[in-house]
Design a binder for this molecule. Structure first.
Ligand SMILES: [Zn+2]
Length: 415
């Protein structure tokens, strides 16, 4: 990269995190919260200043922009994508970012609530960041590095390219989405208008990490119907759905099969909601595995345990509904080996070790991949997200910008 470029990623990041963009799962509007557009407007203005004249915020809360090609070579159109919203799990109002320059390797006490301490013991990654400039929140809110680190990285890339027009590259599309944290990040995306061949989300954690694999995910909703009767005269008639439901849950394995007992490549079955009354209860599950075929096995197991329970409670019955949520993006990405090969090469050229990871969750990229835009996830340095101890290293964000610069050069070279 050009030696005299001064990164703007940290400065941009500090600005973006102060805009409250929390999404709201209870809202049915698009985007779920209007305030997400506040950040969208800032980004569009900054892109216009860089000379990216087609930058726009649409009514659904998406920002689209184009960095025009500087070559006549036929290079695949790349899309860099990040989400603007922050998690509903922790307040994002009044974020006060603090830079801890030349980090000393000690625990970080957050000034606005001294009981909030980012302990090195709990965050071993911090030990590898001594000497870096670490940004944290002040103790009362999350930081919002997830995913404003990704936004700042992409914006700095755009700034770098507008200052270095001699770098040859194909057309690049930028996409900033709302509502990723509530699983609706790509609900209203216009994939045709986006017009990209290959995407990368910038929403990963540690330096050098690259994820081309996510869980495959289904939701299961079970409704158990009991038999209601006046409790004073219910002998031999009443079947209590609450009791049937809890008995069914007790049949699930205690030492396997769940998020709290699995790691790495193991999948799980996880009851996330239990609600209802004596006559009827609903139990909702999320089902996860890297192998899509296993989801069916888990669902069959649940059916089996449910039926075993129902037969011991004559008169009870149940409804069992499966909803597909998302699929492991690897099924798509593997068909385009250059996507991963070029990302690995870009990380190598940026002089950092590759950390190949599988996301035990989904990303916007998992859905985009199945909408025709294969879309793995690159690191930004965001760590400990969704809470008050969230932090990011400025040097990690700068390395992420550098990886993107290498990546667009590699796609140009190989075209
Ligand atoms: Zn995220």
């Amino acid at each position: 990269m050009s030696a005299d470029y001064t990164f703007t990623v940290a400065e941009r990041f500090m600005k973006y995190v102060q805009v409250d963009t929390q999404s709201d799962p209870q809202s049915i509007s698009q985007p779920s919260t209007e305030k997400q557009k506040d950040l969208g407007r800032i980004l569009v203005n900054e892109l216009h200043v860089m000379g990216i004249t087609d930058a726009e915020l649409d009514k659904d809360g998406y920002v689209y922009a184009t960095i025009n090609a500087t070559t006549n070579k036929k290079v695949p159109v790349l899309c860099f994508c990040a989400h603007m919203d922050t998690s509903p799990d922790c307040s994002g109002t009044g974020v006060k970012p603090i830079i801890h320059r030349n980090y000393d390797g000690l625990d970080i006490r957050l000034p606005d609530d001294v009981s909030q301490v980012i302990r090195v013991e709990d965050h071993p990654y911090l030990k590898t960041k001594i000497g870096d400039d670490i940004i944290t929140a002040s103790g009362t809110t999350l930081l919002g590095a997830d995913d404003k680190a990704g936004i700042a990285v992409i914006m700095d890339l755009a700034n770098f390219l507008s200052n270095n027009p001699s770098i040859e590259h194909g057309k690049i599309r930028l996409l900033f989405t709302p509502d990723e944290e509530i699983g609706r990040g790509v609900n209203a995306v216009d994939i045709i208008k986006l017009g990209a061949d290959i995407g990368y989300t910038l929403d990963g954690g540690e330096l050098g990490s690259y994820e081309d694999e996510t869980f495959s995910a289904d939701g299961v909703k079970i409704t158990i119907f009991g038999v209601s009767a006046h409790p004073g005269y219910a002998k031999g008639k009443l079947v209590n759905a609450i009791k049937v439901g809890t008995e069914f849950l007790h049949k699930l394995p205690k030492h396997s099969f769940s998020p709290e007992t699995t790691a790495d490549r193991e999948g799980f079955v996880h009851p996330v909601r239990f609600s209802g009354l004596a006559e009827e209860v609903q139990i909702e599950f999320i089902i996860r595995d890297f192998e899509t075929a296993k989801l069916q096995e888990y669902e069959n197991f649940l059916r089996e345990k449910l039926n075993e329970t129902l037969v011991t409670h004559p008169g009870s019955r149940a409804d069992f509904r499966v909803t597909e949520q998302y699929r492991n993006m690897k099924e798509v990405i593997i068909q385009h080996p250059e996507i991963t090969a070029n990302a690995h090469e870009a990380i190598r050229r940026a002089g950092i070790p590759l950390v190949s990871m599988s996301a035990r969750g989904g990303t916007d990229g998992s859905r985009l991949s199945f909408m025709g835009l294969p879309c793995p996830n690159l690191f930004t340095g965001e760590m400990a997200f969704h809470g008050k101890h969230e932090y990011v290293s400025c040097q990690d964000m700068e390395k992420s910008v550098q990886v993107l610069i290498e990546l667009i050069k590699i796609f140009h070279e190989k075209a």
